[in-house]
Design a protein around this ligand. Sequence first.
Ligand code: MF3
Ligand code: CO
Length: 291
Amino acid sequence: MTVKIGRNDPCWCGSGLKYKKCHEAFDTKLETYRRKGVPVLDRSLIKTPGQVEKIRESCKINIAVLDYVAEHIKAGISTREIDDWVHSVTVRHGGIPAPLDYNGFPKSVCTSIDDVVCHGIPSDDEILKEGDIINVDVSTIYNGYFSDSSRMFMIGNVSPEKERLVRVTKECMEKGLEKVMPWTPIGNMGHAVHQHALSNGYTVVRDIGGHGVGLEFHEDPWVSYVSEENSGVLMVPGMIFTIEPMVNMGSDEIWTDEDDGWTVRTEDGLPSAQWEIMVLVTETGHEVLCW
Ligand code: MF3
Ligand code: CO
């Protein structure tokens, strides 16, 4: 049940202003789109300025953790060591690694090498070697607020083919980011990601997407990176979601390891890359909160 706010009541966003001087016009605009049949997000998932500040604090830790990984990652270390770094740096900053025990995930970070698309589980037996490409996907809970981002790392000298995959995947994320504008549909973002991958001869994973994030680890909307233009939910100021395309060198077919229940691999064994950022939709465009 929602109680209608009076025009002279304090705004729901916590600004302290009267509703009529604050988000009334926003709500009316949102309602107009909804009536026209445009999918819009539930207002409970549109972040207030106060929530954005809390989420920003969580993001700072996530960035610091990935910066630490960037400085120390090299051939010869195990992915289990990366897990130790992520756990200790997160806790030192007062955070909690979000993946740990999330739906039974056994470690604090996902480490995905070469043909592993995502959700790789760190292991003592997995030693990084020259020529590997690895995605390190870090997520943090801080004071109850969530952040989530991932980067690719190239270990020593990497083949030109893999280097190109890593670079183009980052470009895909950036092309998508350019399309993040308020009052436009999120499908434009996913379409731009997909087009850039296709024009470089790659495919984009369809079955796993991005997500809203901040108050929970994974919130609505589910985000596709193979979407059509003019489709999907309307991006509105205060919305936060991830851009995290998984781009494959070969086919977009993937499979999940039944032994561990997590590790996702490419069907053809060819490499896959992923970069992930967290984006806030603003009044005038967007702001990257986490990378
Ligand atoms: N960080 C991943 C994402 O981008 C989710 C990992 S879930 C886990 O959404 F349990 F595997 F950690
Ligand atoms: Co994510």
